[in-house]
Unconditional design. Sequence first.
Length: 274
Amino acid sequence: MPPASQNLPGASPRKTSNKLSVVTTNANAARKLFAGTSGWAYPTWKPGFYPADVPARAFLGYYAGQLNSVEVNYTFRKLPSPAQLQGWLDTTPPGFRFSFKAPQRITHFQRLRESDIAVAEFITSLEPARTAGKLGLLLFQLPPNFTANHARLDTFLDIPGLANLRTAFEFRHASWFSDDTYSILRRHNAALCVAESDDLQTPDVATANFLCYRLRCTGGYSEKQIAAFVQRFASLAKESELYVYFRHEDEPTGALNAVALLQAAGKLEAGVRE
């Protein structure tokens, strides 16, 4: 597999400090670029991201003032109640996007086999987000020991309802990185999630009319690396909706990286318009 530097710009991880400035609005973000982290409920992000006086119940509202999307990992283990999801929707501004990780029942227990009922339940639970215009991606993250099974993937993607949603697949076994996989994803307009971690880098291959990146290297990314991401992602976002999620850690590095990305992309877009 090619090294990370051949897949994503500035891809080698580097420990950074949390000194990136937090903006008070995401209004200048590139219009098709959605960025955030995997979750928001982290008290340890005080005071680097959340001000010391912001209570936990107000975290999401503050987060949504800085970033325009979040990846919800909660759904990996449990679907949200209608009241819980409605609370999230009411707390966030128009245009905010929630992406949801698919339940482990589908990806890890059933391993994409005979998942029609589980998928239907997952989709139904998120209908309020779709109706509100706040539904981003459905992320299907497969386990590392799940080797390529193209027939199963193709059959899974035929499940009713999936074709009308943005689905992204994060494969964590290298056997999936092949033209056969990409052809199946393209046929169903499903995105290959380009995931970068300390252990594995996914080839940067577009398979849908939207794009998904998960940037997970420990310690976050330097300002130079963020600048490289901005150039790459701002260009891509001219043609396609683009979802970028940084890693959540005890330190708010990922959230600050995402803020810096959106802020710089907005400035770049404004400069082009001028």
